[in-house]
Design a binder for this molecule. Sequence first.
Ligand SMILES: [Zn+2]
Length: 317
Amino acid sequence: MGGMNEARFDPVTACWICGERRLSPVARAIFEFSNYAGQDPELHAALTGESIDLVRCADCGFGQPAGLPSLPDYFGRMYDQRWSAEWLEAEFHDGTKDLIFHEVLRGLQRRVPPSERTLLDLGAHVGRLIHLAAQSGWRAEGIELNPRTSAYAEQATGLKVHRADLRDLVAEGRRYGAVTLVDVLEHIAEPVDALRGVHGVIAPGGWIAVKVPHGPNQLMKERIRGRVFRGYRPTVADNLVHVSHFTPRALRMAMEQAGFADIDIRPAVPVVPPQRPGMGRAARVAFLRGTAAVAAALPGGAKSPLAMNLQAYGRRV
Ligand SMILES: [Zn+2]
């Protein structure tokens, strides 16, 4: 374990959340971009076959890579996924995340009075959350950088989906009673900066809702999966799709630093649908069966108290 190709990576030496420098390797992330050989040969050539440590902070428990790819706009290129129209349609009608979305909306409805119910969904993807929010009476908008998903989301929902940077919305003076980040923050490096940006588009007294995977518990689940299924390699950070791995403590610190108060963090509702490109129905069924087998092997069995995901709310002050 360990080691880093210094030509390919810029080292990250301090915890993105608390600044601690005692960081220990807990897993290895590998890079595989064979599928991108046509659309982005430079990305494929620079990184396929490389790997890097995922390290954990000795203080707050946050997990992050030991270095970031030095290739310009790495994350923009990695997320330049050119979904087909059929895939987008299937994704919108999929519904496996509706339970999470409804839970998030219920949590916000307890906190935000009806007159203040404007909502911005950051990383709106195909627009499912804003669609459900609008049905629940919110004036909902999304923000999504991917041109295909943002165009699809706007057409499918009839709602505004900004294809812009958060800073642009701040500069335009847009403010919302609530901002949601569901399965978004784990994809963002240096997440405190992102949360500060979110703070800027929330109206005073408004609320943020964040849902992220529980970093250490997800890693433990993957290790058990590796024992249950011979030949399965535990994976939590390949291609750095997940680049920020939160503990409850790290999430609380990050939200406090970004200017949020009245922070409430609890286990999120347990839904574990595969969100993997190209996964067909048969693979999904196999995956969900596998998930049940892994859950049964967790401490406490299928009714394990272990939180696989964290749901957090914070008030803008
Ligand atoms: Zn830390």
